[in-house]
Design a protein around this ligand. Structure first.
Ligand SMILES: Cc1cc2nc3c(=O)[nH]c(=O)nc-3n(C[C@H](O)[C@H](O)[C@H](O)COP(=O)(O)OP(=O)(O)OC[C@H]3O[C@@H](n4cnc5c(N)ncnc54)[C@H](O)[C@@H]3O)c2cc1C
Length: 402
């Protein structure tokens, strides 16, 4: 085994770190406090990230991207998460969807959609599954005809006509290209009726609604939008009737590890801030880092972060090899990293004492940000249940969602 990064990976890591130091680190907290969600979208950072090649990292080389490995996206995702979780999520939504570009699109679809994404420096992508009545149920732990997905896609000649509402969608109402789930037959369970459609934002009937206001990932949008008689041609079916389940096998192993890396970055930022604070703050006649109680908290933080990073890199390494174990390891990495980041941010708040919740310091923001991934990308409870379900199944390949 070799735990070291290659020279190329170290260069990529340092490039991402320099990008964050130059543009994001000192600005993020100010932007986080802007009142209106629409005014917080960091279009300038997206453009700069495009210029540096980060936005299109997951796109195949023949279409103008750099086709980076999942591990490399995790390395960059952690650095971006140190800067600002919302920005990291905006980028990660592009990386996640690039798995669908590569592994689910037909050649015709690739030629139709990827150049448009690559050539527009402000283009982002999004995936719309969640609805007011379908949250954890779409994570595939449970499958029944009465499941709450209400978005329908009924066939009409050569088209499918989509109707419904999606909510909480990352990059929602700002992205140019959407992957949207719907059911073609409401009398059948999702495993038989679920499908995925490619929907550009300028499709008639695609109606942006509003941005959810929230306390976490404030620079990323969570949009609510509607589909009103939105006509989608057969050419834009990503996964046809009953193939929704393939969505997870095509992009989940990599996407969970990538998401985990972004929240790990938040934990690292909190640790770094608390460490420097403890080296400068004096109480009881000495620096607080020299009080054993504080130094133990710092050690715990490092252990949590280090363990989560190892798990993420393992999951990414397996996903890059298309190893079947990557699916479970991806889920585990998301749970472990989000729990680690949340605990590290909580400890950072304690090390800062009263300053932990004051707006003079960024730690209260890190804590708010870290909370989001306890639920985003599937709640940790449901992700954990899926791990057990996979391990207790006689045939993993037949499990819904795997
Ligand atoms: C920041 C953020 C970004 C998001 N981005 C996207 C996105 O880009 N695209 C998208 O489609 N969705 C997105 N979501 C939605 C996300 O996938 C859901 O919030 C998540 O799956 C949980 O659904 P819910 O919020 O409806 O909670 P619920 O499903 O209502 O869960 C409530 C509670 O019940 C528990 N629970 C539910 N079902 C079970 C069960 N079977 N067994 C045991 N416990 C259960 C949960 O663990 C939780 O504790 C995002 C959410 C957030 C917070």
């Amino acid at each position: 085994m070799d735990f070291g990064l290659t020279e190329e990976q170290i260069i990529l890591q340092l490039k991402a770190r320099a990008f964050v130091d130059k543009y994001i680190k000192n600005e993020a907290i100010k932007r986080d406090r802007i009142q209106n969600a629409k005014d917080r979208i960091p279009w300038d950072w997206i453009k700069l990230a495009d210029k540096e090649g980060f936005r299109t990292m997951g796109v195949p080389k023949e279409y103008g991207g750099s086709d980076q490995s999942i591990l490399n996206m995790c390395i960059v995702g952690e650095e971006f998460g140190v800067g600002d979780l919302g920005f990291a999520v905006i980028m990660d939504q592009c990386w996640k969807m690039s798995h669908l570009f590569k592994d689910a699109m037909t050649r015709e679809q690739k030629e139709k959609f990827i150049p448009k994404f690559v050539n527009d420096p402000l283009a982002t992508t999004a995936i719309g599954i969640s609805e007011p009545d379908i949250g954890s149920d779409h994570q595939g732990y449970y499958d029944h005809k009465d499941i709450g997905m209400k978005t329908t896609a009924f066939k009409e000649g050569d088209n499918y006509v989509l109707n419904g509402t999606k909510h909480y969608i990352s990059n929602g109402c700002m992205a140019k290209l959407y992957f949207i789930t719907a059911r073609t037959d409401t009398s059948k369970p999702l495993s038989e009726s679920g499908a995925v459609f490619i929907v550009p934002s300028d499709t008639p009937g695609f109606k942006p609604g509003f941005f959810h206001e929230k306390s976490s990932q404030r620079l990323a949008t969570n949009g609510c939008f509607h589909l009103e008689n939105c006509k989608i041609s057969n050419d834009n079916i990503l996964l046809g009737e009953g193939k929704l389940v393939e969505l997870r096998s095509k992009y989940m192993p990599g996407s969970k590890a990538e998401a985990a890396a972004t929240v790990l970055g938040v934990g690292r930022a909190a640790y770094e801030y608390a460490f420097n604070y403890a080296k400068n703050r004096k109480q009881g006649g000495k620096l607080i880092i020299d009080h054993q109680a504080v130094s133990l908290m710092l050690a715990k933080m490092i252990m949590l972060l280090d363990g989560a990073r190892l798990q993420i890199w393992k999951a990414a390494w397996l996903a890059d090899k298309s190893d079947p174990d990557a699916k479970i390891q991806g889920l585990i990495s998301k749970v472990r990293a989000s729990e680690a980041a949340f605990e590290v941010c909580t400890l950072a708040t304690e090390i800062l004492g009263g300053a932990g919740i004051m707006y003079d310091h960024p730690v209260e923001k890190y804590l708010r940000d870290s909370v989001s991934f306890l639920h985003s990308d599937g709640t940790n409870q449901v992700c954990s249940l899926r791990v057990t379900k996979a391990l207790t199944s006689e045939d993993n390949s037949k499990i819904y969602g795997f």
